[in-house]
Design a binder for this molecule. Structure first.
Ligand SMILES: Nc1nc2c(c(=O)[nH]1)N[C@H]1C(S)=C(S)[C@@H](COP(=O)(O)O)O[C@H]1N2
Ligand SMILES: [Mo]
Length: 257
């Protein structure tokens, strides 16, 4: 069944709050680990260099179980909601061709289809003081944004890639695409979106040398934009510091910003 063929009028059968609480992960409603099977078989989602579009997944993961999947949106909002997969196809769709660039020096382009963040804002009505957004995913990954960043042009909550529903490896059922930021900000397998009045850290600033901001720095393969000691990165170039500023091995100095 092609979810795009759903009748628009039947959309937005927004869950009751009881259904919503059943959807939410157990601990405090916002647990960090959603994986229901730690005994992962061979065909799990993992880092893989496929010819068309590499796959990057920090933790072994079976893929989202659609029996229990729902999108929970809450935190500092007037109207917390839970949306089913079908509900998402009732939102206004946009399409764009954009490139995803990983910090590990590869990038790939695809056609993405999805909805804009405004669509969710209209429904939940965040408090004026909720200036930050924390997004969690089914594989225990998490990202953190200023609300304003999610409203920028060409930021999409994506359901389809190259004319098909997202594949399991590329983030089914729902991922973020934000072309101005490195791949790691483009969170896959989204399960919850929480509005907050302070900025939380993201997975890769807690587990590696990458910043919460993650804005792509032009003219270099990858930056180390934290003030930590530079580290070699698998599959990429090793960074050196020169006059406090990182350079590539080819010597291109990252412009101050
Ligand atoms: N949930 C989740 N999202 C994630 C990741 C992850 O490990 N888990 N990896 C990130 C990284 S580092 C990159 S480069 C992109 C890669 O997207 P792709 O696997 O579709 O190529 O996904 C990002 N989103
Ligand atoms: Mo990445």
């Amino acid at each position: 069944m092609d979810p795009f063929k759903f009748d628009r009028r039947n959309f937005l059968k927004i869950f009751s709050l009881t259904t919503l609480s059943a959807l939410l992960p157990k601990k405090n409603g916002w647990a960090d680990d959603f994986r229901n099977d730690k005994n992962i078989p061979k065909q799990y989602v993992q880092n893989r260099d496929t010819p068309d579009f590499h796959i990057r997944s920090a933790n072994p993961f079976l893929g989202v179980d659609m029996q229990s999947w729902g999108l929970a949106i809450g935190g500092m909002v007037k109207n917390p909601i839970g949306l089913a997969y079908e509900d998402l196809f009732g939102l206004k769709m946009h399409s764009q061709i954009s490139r995803l660039k990983c910090v590990e020096c590869w990038s790939a382009k695809a056609k993405w289809e999805g909805f804009r963040f405004e669509e969710l804002l209209k429904q939940v009505q965040p408090d004026p003081s909720a200036k930050y957004v924390y997004i969690q995913s089914a594989d225990s990954y998490y990202e953190s944004f200023a609300l304003e960043e999610l409203l920028r042009p060409r930021v999409l909550f994506v359901l389809r890639m190259d004319g098909q529903p997202l594949s399991r490896d590329h983030g089914f059922p729902l991922r973020l695409i934000m072309p101005s930021k490195y791949g790691y900000k483009n969170i896959k397998y989204i399960t919850s979106i929480k509005f907050l009045d302070s900025r939380k850290r993201n997975y890769w600033s807690n587990n590696g040398p990458y910043s919460v901001d993650g804005t792509i720095q032009p003219g270099v393969d990858h930056p180390l934009d934290l003030d930590k000691k530079p580290l070699p990165i698998n599959g990429g170039e090793v960074f050196h510091y020169f006059d406090e500023r990182p350079t590539t091995r080819r010597g291109a100095v990252i412009p101050p910003h």
